[in-house]
Design a protein around this ligand. Structure first.
Ligand code: ADP
Length: 715
């Protein structure tokens, strides 16, 4: 049975192997066992029910909390050649009826609905008229009130499924579930604990970063500017802050949208679509944005303020890099934001017990900001997973910045606070320290204090950021709500007495670590966007970024090679194969340098799919060995899993190094003289005009061979 599942994976989804957990979940389902799959975002949960849906008789029911996601999911499946549909409140009564009829006729393999629909006895009656072998409950953490997205309608799922006469198997899926939430899921959906498949929450392609004491706005402005080719999300805690950051970035000329609960439905929809379609690159949003976002190529998620808890943080940050491509998650911390989150919490009516629980979660969130050990491990252990190895690429693992001793400066701040009787906030304290001539300072006669103007050389903003740092380090405590008052903490007293030193890492710049996409990738992305616009779907429905990157590496030039690209199944080959191969072909013709670059990259990164030399021998020497064994260029390319263009370059290079002297592999005498006269006419570089002078049968390989020969003869 698993073999057939593997065939479906290849044929429809274009993937050669199951990922961690997928095979186990699928084999459970196919054996009729209720199962819970707990996998990280981007782990590939959907395949766990989509593949069985194709193997089981009848139609698989998928329960998903957000209707905005359903259209994209159904479009993606349709483009992959899988008949799927959805029924939700965005459809008219007529459309719903039509779809129900088509379902009765057996036209679909998957049906997506929201949980609320199961509350209709009419709909249950309809479901009982068709065969439902499998019910997949997506975002299953929504059924636990200990989770962060509790939806009461989820509690009706079990009852509804029990009424289905086809006695379907249940599959619960989630990416964010603490151990407590996991127990709720298993109990509620009657899943035996031995059928819980937990692959771990680790996301190796995400780089976590926490930055403290930065001038956030400026930092974000620089970061977005440097990464302007990349799609990203910036989360803020409040609508006001969204507006503020959005206006700032817009003024800087960035391609930016905004999303929060205070905007009209239509504006929100417009902004969301523009982001999904890659028409705007950056989205500034509150946590209202994202649950329904399936966009797989989000390259960074910035948290402008801390979110309310780790679940929310990991879910939001986890929206980066769903396609498996390296992406960044950066949290910009400022201590005042803890007050903001506390304030938001106070506004929500909830039981005392839940309130305490939420406060504890906020404390855990703040601890994350302060931890000095691996950030990825902190997250994993929060979700009940202990891992010994550090991720090696979060800001803590990579932190080799030098520490500065800032004890004296900290003492200046603290003693100034003491002299002001610990009754004021950051702005007045920093005003006194920088020698501001403000009215309030005069009124309180703070200009007579010995600490007045002690930090005259710095701006008030810089001193404010330093105070933030001291708060973050627990040296200063914050009290009060809207107008917080700063107090010297117990730790701070030790600093004042000279019993404790304060160190601070040097500030970091907004240097992006995201790799710059190469020219072929950008060309393919442009093609993808134009097709997506024509077909009215988001670009990632056509191909993921990961698939485009793989195309750049493999440079397929025929159907078999194209099918070999990760993420290309038969349906996508038929739909887009020719267009993308043409694009690659014409790009390579106009960009001779490109193959060389890819080749260099290939030799740096070893890929298990490639047949590679086991020695340190240069790549072109391996080609050469095969070439001397009289293998054709095509054969060598296939054996080495490289493009023919790369192999041709290897051969040219070998000739240039004087390893061969038989030029007849390139051209006949007649062809050589044709190339010679073309070169005489338009010069040796670039190659394109030479090619255009010649009959189409003459290839770039021949032209390059001719030029290599000239070079050898002239030396
Ligand atoms: P999740 O729902 O767990 O966040 P998705 O189901 O959206 O993740 O899958 C994330 C990405 O991984 C998608 O682009 C999907 O096509 C891809 N993917 C899923 N399974 C595999 C696999 N076995 N091999 C390669 N890519 C896969």
């Amino acid at each position: 049975m698993l073999r057939e599942a593997q065939d479906v994976l290849k044929q429809y989804f274009g993937y050669g192997e199951f990922r961690n957990g997928q095979a186990e979940i699928i084999s459970n389902i196919l054996s009729g066992r209720n199962t819970a799959g707990i996998m990280p975002t981007g782990g590939g949960k959907s395949i766990c029910y989509q593949v069985p849906a194709m193997l089981l008789d009848g139609i698989t029911l998928v329960i998903s909390p957000l209707i905005s996601l359903m259209k994209d999911q159904v479009d993606s499946l349709t483009f992959q050649g899988i008949p799927a549909t959805y029924i939700n409140s965005t459809l008219s009564a007529g459309e719903v009826e039509q779809r129900m009829e088509e379902i009765s006729l057996g036209e679909y393999k998957l049906l997506y609905i929201a949980p609320e629909r199961l509350e209709s006895s009419q709909f249950i009656k309809f479901l009982n008229s068709v065969n439902i072998p499998l019910v997949a409950v997506d975002e299953a953490h929504c059924l636990s009130q200990w989770g962060h997205d509790f939806r009461p309608s989820y509690l009706g799922i079990n009852h509804a499924v029990n009424q289905l006469s086809s006695n379907p198997v249940i599959l619960a899926l989630t990416a964010t579930a603490t151990p407590q939430v996991q127990i709720d899921i298993l109990n509620h959906l009657q899943i035996p604990s031995e059928n819980k498949v937990l692959t771990g929450f680790q996301r190796n392609n995400l780089f976590f970063n926490v930055l403290k004491g930065e001038d956030r706005k400026r930092w974000v402005g620089e970061y977005v500017q440097k990464n302007r080719q990349q799609p990203g999300i910036i989360y803020c805690a409040t609508r006001k802050e969204v507006e503020n950051v959005h206006a700032y970035l817009e003024k800087k000329g960035m391609s930016v949208g905004k999303y929060h609960g205070g905007l009209s439905d239509s504006l929100r929809l417009d902004q969301q679509e523009a982001f999904l379609n890659d028409s705007i690159m950056v989205m500034v949003a509150t946590n209202a944005f994202g649950m329904g976002i399936n966009k797989s190529n989000v390259r960074y998620v910035l948290h402008y303020q801390i979110p309310k808890n780790m679940e929310a943080y990991y879910q939001e940050a986890g929206r980066a890099g769903r396609d498996g491509v390296e992406s960044e998650c950066i949290l910009l911390f400022s201590p005042q934001d803890i007050q903001t989150q506390r304030y938001i919490l106070e506004q929500n009516v909830m039981s005392q017990e839940l309130h305490q629980n939420e406060l504890q979660k906020l404390r855990d969130m703040v601890d994350f900001v302060h931890t000095e050990s691996c950030l990825q491990n902190y997250i994993l252990s929060y979700f009940g997973e202990e891992i010994d190895e550090e991720c090696g690429h979060c800001s803590n693992c990579l932190d080799d910045r030098e520490s500065e001793d800032v004890t004296v400066k900290a003492q200046m701040v603290l003693s100034c606070m003491m002299r002001m009787n610990e009754r004021f906030g950051t702005s007045l304290i920093s005003g006194v320290l920088t020698g501001s001539k403000g009215k309030k300072i005069k009124d309180f006669r703070f200009d007579t204090l010995s600490t007045y103007g002690l930090l005259k050389g710095e701006s008030q903003k810089e001193v404010g950021l330093f105070i933030d740092y001291l708060i973050a380090e627990g040296i200063i405590d914050v009290e009060g709500g809207s107008y917080p008052i700063l107090k010297v903490s117990a730790k701070g007293k030790e600093v004042l007495l000279g019993d404790r030193k304060v160190y601070r890492k040097k500030l970091v710049n907004a240097a992006p670590r995201l790799s710059n996409d190469d020219e072929l990738f950008l060309a393919l992305r442009t093609l993808r966007k134009s097709i997506a616009d024509e077909e009215g779907v988001p670009p990632f429905v056509i191909f993921s970024d990961k698939t485009l990157h793989d195309m750049c590496m493999k440079q397929p030039s025929n159907d078999i090679e194209f099918l070999n690209v990760s993420g290309v199944g038969e349906s996508k080959l038929k739909r887009y194969g020719e267009m993308f191969m043409n694009e690659i072909r014409s790009f390579l013709k106009g960009n001779e340098e490109y193959t060389r670059k890819v080749e260099q990259k290939e030799s740096r990164e070893s890929s298990p799919r490639k047949v590679r030399a086991q020695t340190d021998e240069p790549s072109h020497m391996v080609t050469l060995q095969l070439f001397t064994e009289n293998k054709s260029i095509k054969q060598i390319a296939a054996t080495r899993d490289m493009s023919t263009a790369t192999i041709e370059n290897h051969i040219i290079r070998s000739y240039e190094e004087g390893r061969f002297h038989d030029w007849s592999i390139f051209f006949t005498d007649e062809e050589e003289s044709m190339i010679a006269s073309a070169v005489n006419k338009v010069g040796e570089k670039p190659l394109k005009p030479i090619k255009e002078e010649l009959p189409p049968e003459i290839t770039y390989f021949q032209i390059k061979g001719y030029l290599a020969k000239q070079k050898m003869e002239n030396e």
